[in-house]
Design a protein around this ligand. Structure first.
Ligand code: FES
Length: 128
């Protein structure tokens, strides 16, 4: 089985007040910075995580771990925080980082956590 890879989803359509209407949105700028700096991590652009009132927003997911959604992240300053937080996430078996070990921005910006998708036994084939 291949090693589980943590995936960071970054909303590229999040915009902040003051964004240049002709330039990339805040979410696109954050995605570009994270994609440039991430190592051993998949960074996937997504269009809207349905948290539009709390830009910028990201979600982190990994097989057999909890998924987290974060908001209120600064496009220019949050990349280091996010990468530090994901390093801590990757160091856990279930994705649950102790509260005090989470970056401050993750503690105040957490929007949701979603349980790991259960690995269910295969459904028996129906008798014919
Ligand atoms: S536009 Fe970013 S969450 Fe909707």
């Amino acid at each position: 089985m291949p090693e589980a890879i943590t995936t960071l989803y970054v909303c590229t359509t999040c915009k902040r007040e003051g964004d240049d209407p002709e330039g990339p949105r805040a979410g696109a700028r954050l995605h570009a910075e994270l994609a440039r700096r991430a190592e051993g991590l998949r960074v996937e652009p997504v269009e809207c995580l349905s948290v539009c009132k709390r830009p910028c927003t990201v979600a982190v997911a990994s097989p057999n771990r909890w998924t987290y959604v974060y908001g209120d992240l600064d496009a220019e300053a949050a990349a280091t925080t996010i990468l530090d937080g994901l390093k801590a996430y990757d160091g856990t078996p279930d994705g649950i980082v102790p509260w005090r070990e989470r970056p401050k921005e993750f503690r105040s910006g957490v929007i949701a956590r979603i349980p790991p998708f259960p690995l269910l036994p295969p459904i028996p084939e129906a008798a014919e």
